[in-house]
Write a protein that binds this ligand. Structure first.
Ligand code: ATR
Length: 272
């Protein structure tokens, strides 16, 4: 059996081992997926350990997604542009860094809302680590335009410069959101506002959400944030971060095993 896993700190709460092991068992594939709690100062030793053990690959989560890039043999184009790795593949001794967060998000959004990407005028709330992969994937997907709104405008500007060769993109202050929101058809919250335990908070006032828009929130604890509840009340289509978690994992699984992932098994494993 070959080793797979996830490196994070903390990592005990991660649902990835359960999701991957159930999927591997259902397909009778000879891998075991473990959670590794790796302190930041020990990341280089941990990576070498995985190399020495001949692991087939692993996921990378907070706080290692950026730092691990310097420790790998290769980082693919998309992960390099996003500036973060969430998946490592050991290709015959060569450690390759990838990022499946953006593609996983897009798949989940398409499967669950049935939207047409080429018709969307996108508003992204936030410009932190979680925004980068999602914004990159959306900008590349053929949407009409992207507006990035962030509390700290300089970070929105930085993200804009990453995307400007891909689509029509603007960076604006979150405080001026009411000037930019009315014509948006897809609104994506990538900020941490509304996450457990601060479940009553919203990144923007719900009454600003355009009726009938698609409103997506990367948060999945709680499954329905206050923002999504308010969106529902305004007749919006809503989408949460649960599917993104499943699909980013499924894309990594496919890289490691070369097998089509059993999505229903994976979804089922983490939905209880
Ligand atoms: P992550 O990797 O989860 O995206 P991050 O890089 O710290 O975490 O980014 C958090 C995002 O949430 C940022 O866009 C942050 O805005 P700033 O760049 O201005 O800090 C946003 N955010 C966090 N708390 C917020 C709040 N109370 N109001 C508005 N935005 C907030």
């Amino acid at each position: 059996t070959r080793l797979l896993g996830v490196m994070g700190h903390p990592v005990a709460h991660s649902k990835s081992p359960l999701m991957h092991n159930r999927a591997l068992e259902s397909q009778k594939l000879p891998y075991t997926y473990l959670a590794f709690d790796v302190r930041p100062e020990e990341l280089p030793q941990a990576v070498n350990g995985m190399r020495a053990l001949g692991a087939r690959g692993w996921n990378v989560t907070i706080p290692h997604k950026v730092a691990i890039m310097a420790l790998l043999d290769e980082v693919n184009d998309e992960a390099r542009r996003i500036g973060a790795v969430n998946t490592v593949v050991n290709d015959g001794g060569k450690l390759i860094g990838m990022n499946t967060d953006g593609a996983g998000y897009l798949r989940s959004l398409e499967v669950e809302t049935g939207l047409r990407l080429e018709e969307q005028r996108v508003l992204i709330l936030g410009a932190g680590g979680a925004a980068r992969g999602v914004a990159y994937a959306l900008a590349q997907s053929g949407v009409q335009s992207v507006v990035i709104a962030n509390r700290t405008v300089a970070k929105a500007e930085q993200l804009r410069s990453l995307l400007q060769h891909l689509t029509d993109v603007k960076a604006v202050p979150l405080a001026e959101i009411e000037k930019w929101i009315d014509d948006r058809t897809l609104i994506v919250n990538t900020t941490s506002v509304g996450m457990h335990p601060h479940v009553e908070e919203t990144p923007i006032p719900g009454e600003l959400l355009p009726e009938g828009a698609i409103v997506s929130d990367l948060i999945y604890n709680p499954m329905k944030t206050t923002l999504l509840r308010q969106a529902e009340g305004r007749g919006c289509v809503i989408h949460n971060g649960f599917g993104m978690f499943v699909h980013q994992g499924a894309l990594a699984y496919e890289q490691w095993t070369g097998v089509q992932p059993p999505l229903d098994v994976m979804r089922q494993a983490v939905s209880t």
